[in-house]
Design a protein around this ligand. Structure first.
Ligand code: CO
Length: 515
């Protein structure tokens, strides 16, 4: 009897902690409507004296318009945050991107656009039928390249922002390179390998039932186009990220189909008409960066990929590390993302795929089975063999729950370090910032592993953490060599920030002039 009662108590405790986790996770998705600018005065620990520059992050932050719910984070308006850090101090600012749709909806006080992922205009199907306009949300990432700060959203042109104030300058067609409505990815890759930095990125025009077209762009730091080439692939294309090596781009066609009828009729959102096809292989296509030379197409194990970690060349092989879901993880049990079960969360695993350009063979290996996403590593290792990978992960290895911890993986020895913000903290992407002097690295040499990688983890991880106990967010600064000791500094904000997707750290100070 006693043991029965203790089992009952234990079950009740587990149930309570599940409900707590569900409430905590959901509360982070409350809108942040205020725009702020202030010196952060609540700092625990010490900001490293050598850390100098600005962390910029972007993410959806408006989860209701005058009380009408936005049904999926991918449908919510983008807000950019900045942390300007110098001399042990930090200045915070957040501001919505003034897209055409954001301004119109704020003026109207109601939803005027259908969201691609679940939000419909009020008034039922009759009010949504054949309305195929897209609202550029500018909500996915931010990049600073060639003296332009751009808020990125993959299905349209970037928005240019003024970096010190985060004011919106407007849509940026990149000196006429983009035409109105041209797709421009939120996942540019910056290649530093030969001392001449290049930005390699892409745009996908999905054909739904016909052919899709992927355009690959390569820019120098003056925004001159070095390479630009386009490829047609049959059927619907949902590609969020692309990997690069010095010689190749690697694009992936996820196994999905599309039935546009419910979308056209105003019954369902566009992305709700995607159909997972886990019975079909994924396609991985290796394309020459220059656009000249052979293309290689591989059929690999069926998986759905949003993000790649890194890729590199090794002998005849292109090696690609990706975060793969069992299948399309878009739709929860119902139309509202809030119904997602935090104990049965869409989970990605880290996979390594080897694509042999000589034999045409592909092989896949599971590197990490814990739910993991949002990869980060030393920027000098882009497209290169690398040793250390940082991931946002679930707090428990066996539990597919939200991202609450940061994992450091040594890809050569298999050793791991973890820092967890659980039970009530939730983590964003960890941005790796090299310590000044460690920005450049020698190539990884497996025969001299420690010597050639000694500086690869010499730096910090900047992680935005939501603390549900206080309903506030904080920036945690972790020493990338020693995650286990916990943050060396906490910069506590006066409010929460809804979960952000991606960001960047730049050495420039984008804070008040009087720093
Ligand atoms: Co992304």
């Amino acid at each position: 009897m006693l043991s029965f009662r203790s089992a009952q108590t234990k079950n009740a405790a587990i149930q309570n902690s599940k409900e707590q986790l569900q409430r905590d996770w959901l509360r982070n998705y409350e809108s942040l409507k205020e725009e702020n600018a202030y010196w952060i005065d609540a700092i625990e620990g010490e900001i490293p004296a050598a850390l100098h520059g600005t962390l910029l992050r972007n993410g959806p932050a408006l989860y209701d318009i005058n009380g009408q719910r936005i049904m999926h984070p991918f449908d919510a308006d983008g807000m950019v945050s900045s942390f300007a850090i110098a001399n042990g101090r930090a200045f915070f600012r957040n501001r919505y991107v003034r897209t055409e749709g954001f301004v119109a909806e704020q003026q109207a006080g109601k939803v005027l656009y259908r969201g691609a992922f679940g939000t419909q205009k009020p008034g039922g199907w009759f009010n949504n039928v054949f309305d195929l306009r897209l609202k550029n949300l500018a909500n996915t990432s931010v990049v600073y390249w060639g003296n332009r700060l751009l808020a990125l959203w993959e299905a349209g042109e970037p928005h240019r922002l003024e970096p010190n104030t985060l004011e919106t300058i407007g849509l940026d067609p990149l000196d006429g390179i983009l035409c109105p409505g041209n797709e421009f990815s939120a996942h540019p890759r910056i290649d530093f390998h030969d001392g001449t930095p290049r930005m390699v990125t892409f745009g996908v025009k999905t054909g739904f039932t016909s052919q899709s077209v992927v355009t690959i762009y390569e820019f120098d730091e003056q925004w001159h186009v070095i390479h630009r080439h386009a490829y047609g692939l049959p059927g619907v294309m949902f590609m969020h990220d692309m990997a690069i090596t010095p010689n190749h781009c690697i694009i992936v066609q996820n196994p999905i189909d599309y039935n546009p009828v419910p979308y056209l009729l105003g019954i369902r959102a566009a992305a709700q008409c995607l159909v997972a096809r886990p019975d079909r292989p994924s396609l991985m296509v290796v394309i020459p960066r220059t656009g000249e030379g052979p293309m290689y197409t591989f059929e690999t194990h069926s998986t759905f990929i949003y993000h790649h970690a890194n890729a590199f060349e090794q002998g005849d092989e292109v090696v690609l590390d990706s975060l793969g879901y069992d299948s399309l993880p878009l739709n929860g049990s119902g139309p509202d993302f809030r119904d997602t079960d935090v104990m049965d969360f869409p989970a990605a695993r880290l996979w390594r795929t080897r694509l042999n350009l000589k034999t045409g063979q592909a092989s896949t290996q599971l590197l990490e089975s814990r739910n993991c996403e949002l990869p980060s590593y030393h920027p000098a290792r882009e497209g290169q063999p690398y040793r250390y990978l940082y991931l946002s992960v679930a707090a428990q290895a066996q539990q597919d729950s939200p991202l609450q911890a940061i994992l450091k993986l040594d890809l050569h020895t298999g050793s791991q370090q973890i820092w967890s913000a659980a039970p009530r903290g939730f983590v964003s992407e960890a941005v790796f910032v090299p310590r000044p002097g460690s920005e450049q690295l020698p190539p990884l040499d497996e025969t001299k592993l420690d010597e050639s990688t000694s500086a690869e983890d010499d730096g910090w991880l900047l992680v935005l953490v939501y603390d549900a106990a206080r309903h506030r967010s904080s920036l945690a600064i972790l020493d990338a060599r020693n995650l286990v000791q916990g943050p060396v500094a906490w910069l506590h904000l006066r409010h929460h920030i809804p979960p952000t997707f991606h960001g960047t750290f730049v050495p420039e100070w984008f804070g008040p002039a009087s720093a």
